[in-house]
Ligand binder design. Structure first.
Ligand SMILES: [Zn+2]
Length: 703
């Protein structure tokens, strides 16, 4: 089993033999020679390779157990020009539980038969010349460690994955006709009303390939019928297919198989789960439902449901032709632009399909944005990034010859911020790396506008979900839960602003810092916004006429649960540690200190204590207990979790955080002591007395 990731690219370098010897491939299986072929080649029986597969090919890494040979058989073997497809029915016995009992004592059946399929694909005779990856452009990659390079270390060489798209001699205008365009076939099992939308999703990428210099660089084809081409098969690796799966999973994925030597994408099978349509419906209703009359009543018309599928599939096509997510993109247009109908019509509300920026929830009814423009489409980043990865660079002989041109192309980001990609090592420190966000260039304003749409939607819940008299209320329950989820998602985009650093991926030729702390003013504004909008009970959700159709109890838990996630984002250990670091390292003129930050949050959560007469309602009592639980967990985090994979580090509260949290509890205790005399409400009194008891137990544990 050849490992292509450790190489010596220079075969004349003496180290090449050492690289070979030190990386001896694992043997997949040993076989007896059963016979000799007419050309003296050895004939072996490979049946056991599939019925008793080596661990690298076995399903038992995913399904624990052992293969029962007496209940397993080889089903089909099919040979295609570039691949061999083998299928086998393998019965796996679930291992017994420690205490005995079939099914591992976990409620599993004692055995299961899996229909396994292996596709063994031949690598191209001549590996394509790879293109070197650049952190500024979001391609998937193949990574190699190369010992044959003229450098004083083992060099990591990272290449992008992409299709082999080469110009033929034919031209259409100034575009070249590819020798072999990228072709995606529509699965014959696709529901027929959705086929046109799948075709549109594929061909919506054509402008991106035109920018790279190709006419019809990507095309959609319907799978031929048996009569048209009896040899055509979805299992033939020469064909990339949008597979349609009858699954309840609400998802879709766009993987590909690439040549490990060059990153050349050889074949791709997108997996579209039928029920992703339900997710589309829920997202669209909770984000754009207030603006789109077509969404007023469920189910949506087919034309809208189809258009939403087109969006999802176009995103998966993006993965399949080489693109990673670019979660930063939604923050790269100014918020006024994404409320401008002409701007959005030209550029979309997000510069790429590859962000998780779904539908324009920032747009307001008075903005007059066309309904079609509420849905993301191929944007400037997609077009630019396709050009960067696919445009041929004439006259080059090696990947390194391309570097200067690729750097120059990447530098277009200097003046066009909307072409930027997530910073490679920023992770959660960058407040713009949000998923499910629209307009998070200014998340406070974007969420404020989003909440206006959510408030418009609450009264629409019952009319939208109760169109069919013979149905039950399950759609109402689902959509209410989704709408509350949308509420907390949008507020969390604000909760990542404090203790954060804006970042931009830069290479050495580009001046300026890669990381810059967020201004104190913006951090304070975020906390203030959350105190007013997240921790003040969202009473607009608490409508008895809606809730009395949904559930007998659990409303308070539901609301407090949604708030709890926002609070834990604010109080994450890494965020608190960054606040201290920003103050110490960057010494900003205006600094939002950790004590001031925690005091502001406490002021919002415990605001009732400073009133003339103190009364705390059950929602707020629940939220205050959540705050107390989170603070207690900082002071007494318990033992670190065990059994994690090697190298997996769970952040722990620092000593600084523990020290300041003790002060928080003492300050609160004093405020409660002063407030107790100002309340006549029995539940408020009991709550506050209990909080004091918990504080005492935390600060003065008695063993
Ligand atoms: Zn994706």
């Amino acid at each position: 089993m050849q490992d292509y990731s450790i190489i010596s690219s220079d075969s004349t370098n003496p180290i090449t033999s050492a690289v070979k010897n030190a990386n001896y491939p694992a043997i997949a299986k040993s076989f007896n020679v059963e016979s000799w072929g007419p050309d003296s080649s050895a004939v072996i029986d490979v049946t056991s390779l599939f019925l008793a597969p080596p661990i690298e090919m076995s399903p038992t890494t995913a399904y624990r157990g052992s293969i029962d040979a007496s209940r397993s058989f080889l089903a089909t073997v099919a040979a295609y020009p570039e691949n061999i497809k083998v299928t086998a029915d393998l019965t796996v016995n679930t291992p017994p539980a420690a205490g005995g009992g079939a099914g591992g004592g976990r409620g599993l059946p004692p055995s299961a038969t899996l229909q396994m399929a292996w596709s063994i694909v031949r690598l191209p005779e001549q590996a394509m010349m790879p293109r070197l990856f650049d952190n500024r452009v979001g391609y998937f990659t193949n990574r190699t460690t190369d010992f044959g390079r003229p450098v004083q270390k083992s060099e990591t060489r990272t290449f992008i994955t992409r299709y082999r798209l080469e110009c033929s001699d034919q031209k259409v205008g100034n575009l070249c006709v590819p020798k072999k365009p990228i072709v995606y076939y529509v699965d014959p099992a696709t529901p027929s009303w959705l086929v046109p939308w799948v075709v549109k999703a594929i061909e919506s990428w054509q402008p991106a390939f035109e920018a790279a210099g190709f006419s019809k660089g990507i095309i959609a084809k319907l799978a031929p019928s048996q009569a048209e081409d009896p040899d055509w098969s979805v299992e033939d690796a020469r064909y990339s297919v949008i597979d349609w799966l009858p699954s309840t999973t609400e998802n879709a994925v766009g993987p590909h198989t690439a040549d490990p030597r060059s990153g050349e994408i050889i074949s791709a099978h997108l997996q579209i789960y039928h029920n992703v349509m339900n997710l589309n419906r829920d997202w669209y209703w909770t984000q754009a439902g207030a603006l789109d009359p077509r969404a007023r009543k469920l189910p949506f018309p087919d034309s809208l449901a189809g258009r939403l599928m087109q969006y999802v599939i176009a995103h998966e096509i993006g993965h399949s032709i080489g693109f990673q997510h670019n979660m930063k993109a939604s923050a790269l247009y100014p918020i006024d632009s994404i409320r401008n109908k002409d701007f959005v019509h030209r550029n979309g509300h997000v510069p790429t399909l590859m962000d998780y920026s779904r539908f324009n929830y920032v747009a307001q009814p008075e903005d007059g944005i066309a309904l079609e423009d509420l849905i993301p489409k191929i944007g400037p980043y997609d077009i630019w990034a396709t050009h960067w990865g696919y445009a041929p660079i004439p006259g080059v002989k090696t990947p390194d010859d391309e570097r200067a041109t690729l750097d120059q192309w990447a530098r277009e980001q200097d003046t066009k911020p909307w072409l930027r990609f997530s910073t490679s090592d920023a992770g959660a420190s960058d407040p713009r790396n949000n998923t499910e966000a629209v307009g998070d260039d200014d998340a406070v304003r974007a969420t404020g506008l989003g909440l206006k749409n959510i408030k418009r939607l609450v009264p629409m819940l019952v009319p939208a979900t109760t169109g069919t008299a013979t149905d039950d209320y399950s759609d109402l329950k689902e959509m209410y839960g989704r709408l509350l989820g949308q509420w907390s998602t949008e507020l969390r985009h604000v909760a990542v602003i404090p203790g954060a650093l804006e970042s931009q991926e830069k290479y050495i030729s580009q001046p300026g810092a890669r990381y810059t702390p967020v201004a104190a003013k913006r951090q304070r504004e975020a906390v203030k916004f959350l105190n007013e909008n997240a921790f003040t009970t969202p009473t607009y959700f608490l409508v008895p006429e809606i809730l009395n159709k949904m559930q007998g109890d659990g409303v308070i838990t539901r609301v407090v649960g949604a708030q709890s996630g926002i609070l834990s984002t604010l109080l994450s250990d890494t965020r608190l540690a960054r606040m201290v670091e920003i103050e110490t390292l960057y010494k900003p003129a205006d600094v939002y200190t950790l004590p001031a930050y925690l005091a502001d949050i406490r002021g919002g959560i415990w605001g009732e204590l400073s009133a003339g007469s103190v009364k705390i309602d059950p929602y707020r009592r629940g939220l205050q207990q959540v705050w107390l639980d989170q603070v207690k967990a900082k002071i007494n985090p318990g033992p670190p979790p065990t059994g994690l994979p090697a190298g997996f580090v769970v952040p722990r509260p620092s000593h600084d955080v523990q020290a300041i949290m003790r002060v928080e509890l003492k300050t609160l205790d004093a405020a409660i002591a002063a407030a107790l005399s100002k309340t006549g409400d029995a539940m408020t009194k009991a709550h506050l007395a209990d909080v004091r008891f918990q504080i005492d137990q935390t600060l003065n544990p008695k063993n």
